[in-house]
Design a binder for this molecule. Structure first.
Ligand code: DAH
Length: 365
């Protein structure tokens, strides 16, 4: 590696200047190419190696044989060259690559990249659902997550002690026993209470979409959590019929999942709707042919819906008489956000959404 050191032609200033600046240029060029710790070590050996280092060869070839009067200027230049080599090794000569390996501060190095945050997948899915209904003229409504028994159950036609309450086992707040039942606080089990709260505030016609967190006393598994999210909808006006419900939801599903998606409705039961239905969509994975995801039925159950039960309007009319069940009608629906997001993104365990595991979340960036 080491080239031999040329013979010095003379010891005058010009000759020394030329000889040493050639070496200094070599030091600079070599230092600029140092991109690894190994390269840096090799550079050090090439120049400062005790036996074969170029500095040692320079000393042997030039210094030791120099006439006494030339020793001083030679020595000065020799020391300068040595200093340049040492500076190159410690990053002091401005060489970026040498600096990178030695850890000194170099403002020309690229900075630490900070990743820009993105919407959480559940927020994104919620916003998608909400915007589909907004485009149909629905307004956004929200309500409290700590709710009274009246709004969560009674006004939605779950009478006290009625078995329908068993389908939504609640997490109740402590020390509520001294209050009358309808005032007792609990974590809401669905977003439906916001239907009542909004109707009490606003006379019909009404079209609202209600996103929010809900809570249940659930054993958690791959598809169930004790805290999850829903999007609810309510439309009230004169002459609202079941075909309005079907048309609205069919359009919404096509907007969300693509225009080839089909919907179908099965009789079901919810205390606050009559008739009630479960809506299914044609399987978005197999197009309805049947696959593992749809349990070979070609259909996936997605939400609950129905015509608002006149009893519910009766509760609202205590505060807002315009909700006279003889004059108005309406439909409502409710869906789980996690379930839809799991389908959209092919997530098999709902817990992933809440794990705060960057390896999972980064996939949505
Ligand atoms: N609240 C129901 C639940 O959490 C979902 C639901 C069903 C909401 C039918 C509705 C509806 O508005 O009409 O299970």
């Amino acid at each position: 590696m080491n080239e031999s050191i040329p013979q010095l032609q003379s010891y005058d200033d010009a000759a020394l200047e030329q000889a040493f600046s050639a070496l200094a240029a070599e030091v600079r060029d070599g230092a600029a190419k140092l991109s690894s710790a190994e390269a840096q070590e090799q550079f050090r050996l090439d120049w400062l190696g005790r036996k074969q280092g170029r500095l040692k060869l320079v000393s042997d070839a030039w210094l030791k044989t120099a006439p006494p009067e030339a020793r001083k200027p030679l020595g000065i230049r020799f020391n300068q060259l040595k200093q340049q080599i040492e500076e190159a090794l410690s990053g002091g000569n401005g060489s970026t690559s040498a600096t990178a390996t030695s850890g000194a501060l170099d403002l020309t190095l690229p900075g630490t990249r900070r990743s820009i945050g993105v919407e959480h997948p559940l927020v994104r899915t919620t916003n998608q659902i909400v915007s589909v209904f907004k485009a149909m003229g629905y307004s956004l409504a929200v309500g409290p997550e700590v709710e009274t028994d009246y709004y969560n159950f009674e006004s939605l036609n779950f009478p006290p002690n009625h078995p329908a309450r068993d389908t939504q086992d609640t997490l109740v707040l402590a020390s509520q026993e001294s209050k009358p039942l309808r005032e007792r606080l609990l974590m809401r089990t669905h977003t439906s209470p916001v239907q009542i709260r909004t109707m009490e505030q606003q006379a019909p016609p009404l079209r609202i979409v209600i996103p929010g967190k809900v809570y249940r006393n659930e054993a958690e598994d791959a598809t169930h959590l004790a805290r999850f999210q829903q999007v609810e909808g309510l439309c009230v006006d004169t002459n609202i019929t079941f075909s309005d419900l079907k048309g609205t939801l069919d359009h919404a599903m096509k907007a969300l999942f693509g225009s080839s998606v089909k919907t179908r409705f099965f009789p079901s039961f919810f205390p606050f709707t009559e008739p009630s239905a479960d809506m299914q969509i044609s399987c978005i994975f197999c197009g309805g042919k049947g696959c593992r995801k749809c349990k070979h039925s070609g259909w996936i159950e997605l939400l609950g819906c129905g015509m608002v039960d006149p009893t519910v309007f009766g509760f609202v009319a205590e505060k807002q008489p315009a909700y006279d069940p003889k004059k108005i009608s309406g439909f409502a629906f409710g869906m789980g956000v996690e379930r839809i997001a799991m389908m959209q993104y092919g997530v098999s365990s709902v817990g992933n959404f809440y794990s705060a595991d960057m390896r999972f979340l980064e996939q949505f960036a």
